[in-house]
Design a protein around this ligand. Structure first.
Ligand code: CTP
Length: 421
């Protein structure tokens, strides 16, 4: 059985999962679509029920060509849902009710056609409508011919779905019903059920709203030229992803980067320090935690030219004026969120970091040494020395994604100590 470590008898967690005597009671909506692998779906239902989950099955018209609804009714112990527009079925448990009831949605097997309809956001049958009308985590176990799986259209649909936070389970490789061999087999029911009911990840930021800045800023000299810096945004994007994985609702205000917006994170694209300041101040009042990872320009062009500056003989002088310190502005709000700043130093890391903590009235400063090869700006690895009023901790050199998860865990710990959820 699937055990929730922190659960007490009869508790209802944030996502509505009921736990009885410490065992999670998931409500799984299993969507079966057309394909020969549909014959394995009753085994998925059986395993889910053995694990303590309640299961309701939705079948597409294609699925019913391979297997009878009665089979699923027998193994799930519940009526099977097949029609969107059947008044009797809608009266018993309508599609919206079904979508709300589910704590997890699993599509197994998922045909190429269903992936395309999911990616396009279609609502042309009950199965697609339930997926569209629910915010429950969606798990998809594709099963199709290897060439259909490899086709550019399917590749595109899968990447769209993944970018929306859909979890792809498989497909596995091996001999296919069509006689070919390659990727496209549905994962085994045991693997699917294990992935679906896997231990709920630790979510120390659940219920918290996090605002982040990331990347460089660009200050216009004229319509075609900018002053910018070497920040890639990698650390900030990794922190945004880690905060999302820790259960937070995340808004990322990002300067220009080459990175894809992280899944499940609201990304606001900005260009200049002034744009970033405006985007942050409009949202800072509504967040519990602000993390400033952006490399914001300290100076901007005093008077950007309206037209392209022409080459002239001799020197060109640009007049710069200071930008607003966004981090300090957030920390100075009447009711500031928990604020975390970054400090990039080339020497005396700890002294400068502590000075920044006090000067800007921050809750935490994550300091990193720049100017050393393979660390800091545009590198894949980094190390941090994190300081706060009552202590400090070194986060050893690691891949930025791993380092971000350690940093978020540390921030969550300090945040909980300051303002218990
Ligand atoms: N920051 C900001 N807005 C600015 C400048 C900086 O929000 N206009 C934030 C950065 O995102 C980072 C921290 O402030 O979290 C960096 O502080 P800063 O004092 O600018 O650091 P350095 O650039 O390292 O400063 P110094 O000149 O003191 O070395």
């Amino acid at each position: 059985m699937h055990r929730l470590e922190s659960a007490h008898d009869g508790q209802i967690s944030q996502d509505g999962v009921v736990s009885v005597n410490g065992f999670i009671h998931e409500r799984v909506c299993l969507i079966v679509t057309g394909g020969i692998a549909a014959y394995k779906a009753p085994a998925v239902v059986r395993l889910l029920r053995e694990a303590g989950a309640e299961v309701r099955v939705v079948m597409t018209r294609g699925a019913q060509a391979f297997i009878q609804p009665l089979t699923f009714q027998a193994v799930s112990g519940q009526p099977v849902h097949t029609d969107l527009l059947d008044p009797a079925a809608e009266a018993a448990m309508g599609h919206i009710e079904l979508a709300r009831w589910a704590t997890r949605i699993l599509v197994a097997p998922a045909s190429a056609d269903f992936l395309a309809r999911l990616a396009a956001g279609m609502a042309d049958d009950l199965a697609a409508t339930v997926c569209l009308a629910s915010d429950a985590p969606l798990f998809v176990a594709p099963a199709m011919n290897r060439l259909m799986w490899a086709h550019a259209a399917t590749r595109h649909n899968v990447s769209v779905l993944e970018s929306r936070g859909v979890t792809m389970l498989g497909p596995a490789e091996g001999a296919q019903a069509c006689g070919e061999t390659g990727p496209g087999r549905m994962q085994e029911p045991e693997e699917i059920v294990q992935a679906l009911l896997g231990k709920a990840p630790d979510q120390p930021l659940a219920g918290r709203r996090v605002l982040l800045t990331a990347g460089p800023t660009q200050e216009s000299i004229d319509p075609v030229r900018v002053i910018t810096n070497r920040s890639s945004g990698k650390m900030g994007y990794a922190v945004a992803k880690a905060a999302r994985a820790a259960g937070a609702e995340v808004v990322l205000v990002s300067g220009p980067t080459a990175l894809a917006p992280p899944a499940g994170v609201e990304t606001v694209a900005v260009q200049s320090a002034a744009d970033m300041h405006a985007a942050v101040m409009a949202r800072a009042g509504a967040c519990d935690l602000f993390i400033a990872t952006a490399a914001v320009a300290d100076y901007t062009i005093a008077d950007p030219a309206a037209h392209k500056v022409k080459k002239q003989d001799g020197e060109l002088t640009l007049v710069l004026k200071p930008t607003t310190d966004i981090l300090a502005a957030v920390a100075a709000l009447p009711a500031p969120p928990f604020t975390v700043g970054f400090a990039a130093e080339t020497r005396d890391l700890l002294t400068y970091a502590r000075a920044k903590l006090t000067r800007k009235k921050l809750d935490m400063v994550a300091a990193n040494l720049v100017g050393v090869p393979g660390s800091g700006f545009d590198a894949d690895e980094n190390a941090l020395h994190v300081v706060w009023a009552g202590g400090d901790q070194v986060l050893e050199r690691a891949d930025k994604e791993l380092l971000a998860r350690r940093l978020v865990a540390l921030i969550a710990e300090r945040l909980r100590a300051k303002t218990p959820a």
